[in-house]
Design a binder for this molecule. Structure first.
Ligand code: EPZ
Length: 430
């Protein structure tokens, strides 16, 4: 299995280009099969999750033409199969977006239930509630969600919880339903807006994305489009936290600063200087880091996908901080690994009480999931000595050229396959 080997202590300095948003790209790729014409999408990140979804779409018959690492042409007219199998779903849970897309277009879809993951049980009850409200008969049988409708009729849907996935999936199904649909208590994440803009560029009629009430007037058909995915605010934020943890000076480029406001605000509270430019944000961490309080919330609150990275920074800040995880029930698994690097963190229910320590020390740790894995890399970059991060396949699901981008900022990090290679870098194995 691949690992990262990191020799910590170098401040990260310089500029890093941020790629397309993984979580916007996944939904947009799925939605692209809702027209029979060819759709061109660029600024997609070349990451495992995106490549796994493209494979799943090819498996059901969509024609996929990968123009280059970041551009793809998709033609949905050749879709023959409306069911997404277990293997595809196990590789990429966002295949569940094909449920909304296939139901919206073909009025029939069957997708394996994704099941839980390392951060929580990840239910789909709100997705199903929305599809049923639109008139679909939805059954869960043999480990799959089967949705079918003679026709879909617009409806008034209230989401009991703010859910990005349910908002997007229902928006897709409603885009080609008859009549008007209102989604109340909708998620407002930038990638929800991006998917709505994408669907509108195909001829859909969606208003209000980015607010908690989205209004959709169904249309008969959707047509071809050329679309560019928004920048990835989570990749950007991850590099911003890496700058803070290593006392560096990093400018993240190709970003929409507004999408990073909650992250910038917390880094300011923690003692960093933030400079916002048109399409870039600069983080300078020259002063000692200070404690603060964080609660993860739906957008525009502090993103849950940035929670592990924030905790790593607070773990070496002066004073005691608290991080409250209000979205997922099991998103502190990295704390045990961070403790092995010297962190002093106590988790009580969904709150982490973090007593800042002087610094981390290198250790051998294992990435429990995508964002926690990236957070452990940040800890290794700031640690004294050498850190080895196992299970980095999680990280490669959502970060393109992660180690290359970090190396360009001055990090000593290598991706290795064997223990022998670890020795080769003359790191004292810990
Ligand atoms: C998306 O997951 C992202 N994934 C997640 O990013 C992100 O953490 C999450 O949104 C929150 O921002 C993708 O976009 C592929 P939710 P999603 O539905 O849509 C509950 C990453 O690191 N819920 O907004 O699955 C759910 O259990 C990943 O890139 C229900 O109860 O998240 C959670 O507590 C990790 N019933 C809350 O809502 C449902 O039917 C928010 O989940 C659906 C969700």
């Amino acid at each position: 299995m691949e690992q990262y080997v990191i020799r910590g202590g170098n401040p990260l300095v310089g500029e890093v280009e941020i790629g397309g948003a993984k979580n916007a790209a996944l939904a947009i790729l799925a939605a692209s099969i809702m027209t029979d014409e060819t759709v061109t999408i660029d600024n997609i990140p070349d990451v495992r999750d995106v490549n796994a979804l493209l494979q799943a779409m090819s498996d059901i018959g969509a024609r996929i033409d990968r123009v280059d690492a970041h551009t793809v042409k998709i033609t949905g007219s050749s879709v023959r199969d409306i069911s997404v199998d277990y293997d595809s779903m196990k590789k990429i849970r966002a295949s569940y977006y094909l449920l909304g897309a296939l139901l919206g277009k073909y009025k029939h879809a069957e997708v394996t239930l994704p099941g839980g993951c390392n951060i929580g049980s990840r239910p789909m009850d709100l997705h199903i509630k929305g599809f049923r409200a639109l008139g679909a008969d939805v059954q869960i049988r043999n480990g799959a969600v089967a949705a079918e409708a003679q026709k879909l009729k617009g409806s008034h849907i209230y989401l009991d919880k703010v859910s990005v996935g349910a908002t997007i999936n229902i928006m897709m199904a409603a885009a080609m339903a008859e009549g008007k649909t209102t989604i109340e208590n909708a998620a407002k994440e930038p990638h929800v807006v991006d998917v709505a803009n994408f669907l509108n560029s195909m001829g859909a009629n969606i208003r209000g994305a980015g607010t908690d009430v989205i209004r959709i007037v169904g249309v008969e058909n959707l047509h071809k489009t050329e679309y560019s995915v928004i920048p990835d605010q989570i990749e950007a934020g991850t590099f911003m936290f890496a700058a803070a943890a290593t006392k560096g000076d990093v400018t993240v480029k190709n970003v929409i600063p507004k999408h990073l406001e909650a992250t910038s605000a917390k880094l300011l509270e923690a003692g960093c200087e933030i400079e916002e430019l048109d399409d870039a944000v600069r983080v300078v961490a020259s002063k000692p880091l200070r404690h603060t309080q964080v609660t993860t919330l739906p957008y525009p609150g502090f993103p849950t996908d940035m929670q592990p990275q924030m905790s790593v920074v607070l773990g070496i800040a002066q004073g005691t901080s608290t991080v409250t995880e209000s979205i997922f029930e099991n998103r502190f698994k990295y704390v045990d690994e961070l403790t092995r690097m010297g962190a002093d963190i106590k988790v009580e229910s969904n709150i982490a009480i973090i007593s800042g320590v002087k610094g981390y020390t290198g250790a051998r740790v294992s990435a429990p999931d995508l964002r926690a894995g990236a957070a452990l890399v940040i800890a290794g970059l700031s640690a004294e000595g050498t850190t080895i991060v196992d299970d980095i396949h999680y990280i490669q699901r959502g970060y393109e050229a992660f180690e290359e981008k970090l190396e360009k900022l001055g990090a000593q990090i290598r991706r290795v396959q064997t223990e022998k290679e670890i020795q080769k870098f003359h790191f004292k194995a810990v």
